[in-house]
Design a protein around this ligand. Structure first.
Ligand code: GRG
Length: 298
């Protein structure tokens, strides 16, 4: 990773973590076990990619961070973290390791993990709604963000993709179905991050479409890279088990297309993402982020 991008990611991650600490319930708040587990889930070394995409897209269009950026960045990070906590549960992937530590259900029990996910999903929308009610001038854009996030997270978005993925585990699927699943399961939130950034930056339709397409390509590139890391990655660096997709009969890009073709596809999506980013006034960070997504080792 280039030093410049490393510095950029560290700065943004620091900013997002600070804003999450400000906007989420305090760690010691009652009920203490729930809030301790919620903090354990959120403050555990995630890349904050979706939050950073909100900020980077807004800056690529407006040239600065527009009002509402913190709320949108934190809200999407809450939804993402809820999805990870629920996805690790025994009734889903039964994963015991996430970000190099025991998963939330493993450390606090299943009931607490379900409730942490529920609380994170709920607080995401509360953060957006609170921002909208505090600043009337901002309310139209934050309301649009609520709609974007609800659509991306719900049954026609991430949850829908997860449902179709679960239904096809261990079964043969074709490339069209594979794309459908991942466009929704992983892609919907990533696209949504870019769209919320564009909405907050008051993008016109052409810029919103470019940001949206950038997010779509980035989402697929991200998922392909994630699948490849599950085959060829380093467990210590990843903080989760390698080879688990194959053991579970998961439908992944390497399984359907092979390693070489999957790498080619990830690079192709990165190129397309670059082309869309270059339609925006200040694309540099988004261009670097797209490269990072396919070259990352965790
Ligand atoms: C609603 C239960 C439920 C699931 C939704 C997103 C999802 C479906 C499940 C997450 C599990 C998973 C491993 C999906 C593949 C890609 C992905 C989202 C990886 C994790 O994202 P990163 O690498 O995570 O951005 P960090 O730890 O950096 O935040």
């Amino acid at each position: 990773m280039k030093t410049e991008l490393k510095g950029y990611l560290e700065e943004k991650r620091g900013f997002v973590d600070g804003e999450l600490a400000r906007l989420l319930p305090r760690r010691g708040a009652y009920p203490p076990e729930l809030h301790e587990a919620l903090h354990y889930a959120v403050f555990s070394g995630g890349k904050r990619l979706r939050a950073i995409l909100v900020l980077a897209t807004a800056e690529a269009i407006a040239g600065r961070l527009p009002d509402g950026s913190s709320e949108a960045a934190c809200a999407i990070e809450c939804v993402h973290n809820y999805s990870l906590v629920h996805d690790d549960l025994p009734c889903m992937d039964a994963d015991e390791l996430r970000r190099g530590r025991p998963t939330v259900w493993k450390k606090y029990g299943e009931a607490t993990a379900v409730l942490v996910g529920d609380a994170l999903l709920t607080v995401a929308f509360q953060i957006l709604a609170l921002g909208a009610t505090r600043e009337v001038e901002l309310s139209d854009r934050l309301l649009l963000c609520c709609q974007e996030l609800a659509a991306a997270a719900g049954s026609f978005g991430m949850v829908g993709g997860q449902a179709v993925d679960v239904a096809h585990e261990g079964k043969e699927i074709d490339p069209t179905m594979l794309n459908y699943i991942h466009r929704l399961k992983t892609g919907a939130l990533i696209r949504c991050a870019c769209r919320m950034g564009a909405v907050l930056a008051r993008a016109d339709n052409a810029l919103l479409v470019a940001a949206s397409r950038y997010g779509e390509h980035l989402g697929l590139a991200f998922q392909i890279a994630d699948d490849l890391l599950n085959v060829t990655g380093d467990e210590a660096r990843l903080g989760k088990s390698v080879g688990s997709d194959e053991k579970r009969g998961k439908n992944t890009f390497p399984k359907i297309h092979g390693l070489a073709k999957s790498r080619e596809m990830a690079a192709q999506h990165m190129e397309e993402a670059h082309a869309e980013a270059n339609r925006l006034p200040e694309p540099e960070a988004l261009v670097a982020l797209a490269r990072f997504v396919i070259e990352r080792d965790h």
